[in-house]
Design a protein around this ligand. Sequence first.
Ligand SMILES: Cc1cc2nc3c(=O)[nH]c(=O)nc-3n(C[C@H](O)[C@H](O)[C@H](O)COP(=O)(O)O)c2cc1C
Length: 149
Amino acid sequence: MNKNIYILYISLTGNTKSFVHRLTAYLASHDVTVHAINVKETPDMQKLSQPFVTILPAFLDGGNGRVNGYHEILSPILSHWLGYAGNYQRCYGIIGSGNRNFNRQFALTAKQYAKRFGFPYLTDFELRGSQNDIERIASLLMEKAKEQN
Ligand SMILES: Cc1cc2nc3c(=O)[nH]c(=O)nc-3n(C[C@H](O)[C@H](O)[C@H](O)COP(=O)(O)O)c2cc1C
């Protein structure tokens, strides 16, 4: 089995960062190494040569996600990373996150990216994610890593 998992993500207020750190610790206990880039903390774009998963919280400009409120704010830097050096072609899927109080807009930006870049929308979690989310998403990513062999 491939013992490495590569993650590209953005975290502006720390929730996704906390999720990725806890996911990394959980996977380490299963002998899997996570290599994660938080684009907020990595100013220079890089070519990502290994297959990777993207994790993207939603930041939208208000509204209801249907007739309005579908315009991404604060996170477009992640789409620049995906466009850079054809990185999106090596992204095997995206995981959305957000806050369910946003109703229809919950995790909407990741759904928009899946359509726009043509990779699958794998699943989502809310805010920092529960322990159950960590275990569920760790299993999913270990399955995906197996498929790459
Ligand atoms: C300005 C702003 C807009 C947001 N818009 C949405 C939204 O449209 N849909 C959603 O599900 N969550 C929305 N959220 C909630 C964030 O996606 C959520 O808090 C997420 O966990 C933030 O991740 P981070 O702490 O890693 O940056 C918004 C948060 C902020 C601050």
